[in-house]
Write a protein that binds this ligand. Structure first.
Ligand code: MTE
Ligand code: MO
Length: 477
């Protein structure tokens, strides 16, 4: 089109990371993305591409290949690359090294929502066990898996006075008391798909019930490290307000200092998961584990911890993992005024719904447990609440919320100062009682309940979906 502005590549190059306005090219089109950079879900990584072509990054980060992302880019369109600068009709692009070259091979059972970066949920069959196997524990990576050597990995702790102290993995194991806890990690986007389906489309990965998993973690307490580094836990300095965590690939997040130093808060530098060294996807050789808190704060591949006045300045602390009212869409969101999500609300979900027949020997045993002698339906799932609040009751309806039963809370070996791990539950109803929808809701020890409706809790980022989970029952015949 001859009427659109023609822009020379030399001019594009002048709009790089240090320029006031930042431009990129995609194909032969030029975009000004300045206003959008603060909202980039991948944070500052995008600065690698400004002042040049974005094509090769989009090929690597397959997560961009979605209409909503194309639409955002188009809104910044300012013109076309001057034909004088094209070679064979194209903008010449530089080769970039594949940052995903260290990503591990993954279990085929994981349900992949995006390959690069890897976002994959645990399939429902794998959510039935108390501890989720490491191979099928959900994976939520914002970027690539960084190259990490256990031997030369160093964790630096920086205190408010600027003092720094370094620790290797061996130092952690040798100097501090080892602790084992069981804790559930849940992404703030868990069940976002249900919010999209039952209310309106919410931005982000459309997770089902599997952006949550449970494990036994081994590590040392963050408070012990902070004390060793010189922080006075009995009389915290005024400027010790947050503990910031930096991951080796660029991710970062923070938690309030009270949680970081709480004796019963169980915040760990974890290096084992279910009796194995942390797998590469889950933070090898060490990650922060903040039980009871949104998993976004459990920073993997952690190499630096800073105690200071401010929250982490990262994208994921300041421009993500926050909630807004159901009337607010992206352009109106006042990110600086909304609090960062830390503790999570009460949650539950159905992970299995199956017919139980009195003609099967194994099924008959289960029927006996519930005093039933007729064909039935077994419903199972998890319930969990933030802040270590114990689940005290799980209510099940087999008729879309008209009549309720109390599910059996299954016994498990929970370890730690508080109820950090999920509560698994089960219930059986005679088949004649089974209507079209099964529904679950849980209650925690503070008597927090889950909301019935989705729309009043809709938020444009689709965080903290915890309305009653409804699953359609289909008799297998
Ligand atoms: N830490 C780093 N370094 N990089 C990340 O992308 N993702 C966070 C958190 N810690 C992330 C991270 C988010 S949003 C979640 S939900 C959890 O890790 C997921 O942990 P998992 O992949 O071990 O299940
Ligand atoms: Mo997450």
């Amino acid at each position: 089109d001859s009427s659109t502005p023609k822009i020379r590549l030399t001019e594009v190059h002048q709009h790089g990371r240090d320029a006031e306005t930042k431009w990129v090219t995609k194909g032969t089109r030029v975009y000004d993305i300045t206003d959008w950079i603060p909202g980039h879900p991948g944070g500052e990584v995008i600065l690698r591409a400004v002042g040049g072509a974005i094509d090769q990054y989009w090929n690597i980060f397959s997560i961009h290949k979605k209409q909503e992302v194309y639409d955002i880019l188009e809104s910044g369109y300012i013109g076309d690359v001057d034909p004088q600068d094209l070679v064979d009709g194209r903008v010449p692009v530089d080769h970039v090294e594949d940052p995903f070259k260290n990503d591990p091979k993954r279990d085929k059972k994981l349900m992949v929502l995006s390959a690069r970066p890897c976002n994959a949920e645990s399939p429902e069959e794998e959510l039935g066990s108390w501890c989720t196997p490491n191979e099928t524990f959900y994976v939520r990576n914002h970027m690539w898996v960084p190259e990490m050597g256990a031997g030369n990995h160093k964790l630096v702790i920086e205190l408010p006075d600027g003092e720094e102290k370094e620790y290797t993995l061996e130092d952690l194991k040798a100097k501090f008391q080892e602790v084992k806890i069981t804790a559930t990690l849940q992404c703030s986007g868990n069940r976002r798909k249900h919010m999209t389906q039952e209310a309106r489309s919410a931005n982000g990965l459309q997770w089902g019930v599997g952006a949550i998993s449970n494990a036994e973690w081994k590590g040392v307490r963050l408070r012990d490290l902070l004390a060793d580094a010189g922080l006075n836990l009995n009389d915290l300095p005024e400027d010790a307000k947050h503990a910031q965590f930096m991951g080796a690939e660029a991710y970062g997040a923070s938690i309030p200092i009270d949680k970081a130093v709480d004796k019963r808060g169980d915040v760990l530098l974890a290096y084992e998961m279910n009796g194995q060294p942390l797998p590469p996807d889950h933070g090898y050789p060490m990650r922060v584990l903040v039980p009871g808190t949104v998993a976004a704060r459990s920073v993997k591949w952690v190499n630096r911890i800073v105690v200071g006045e401010e929250e982490s300045t990262s994208q994921w602390q300041r421009r993500d993992y926050k909630c807004f009212g159901p009337n607010v869409c992206a352009p109106q969101a006042k990110w600086d005024e909304a609090p960062a999500i830390q503790e999570m609300p009460v949650q539950s979900a159905i992970t299995s719904l199956r017919d139980i027949s009195c003609h099967s020997a194994t099924d008959r045993k289960l029927l006996q447990v519930y005093g039933l002698e007729e064909d039935s339906v077994a419903v199972e799932g998890y319930a969990w609440s933030g802040g270590g609040r114990k689940i005290v009751r799980v209510d099940i309806s087999a008729d879309d919320g008209r009549n309720w039963h109390q599910a059996e809370l299954l016994l498990d070996e929970s370890r730690g100062s508080k109820a950090w791990a999920w509560q698994r539950w089960r219930w059986l109803v005679p088949r004649w009682q089974a209507g079209q929808y099964f529904v679950v809701k849980a209650i925690d020890e503070a008597n927090n309940v889950q909301p019935a409706e989705y729309e009043p809790h809709w938020n444009f980022r689709g965080n903290l979906t915890n309305s009653w989970h409804r699953v359609e029952y289909r008799h297998m015949g």
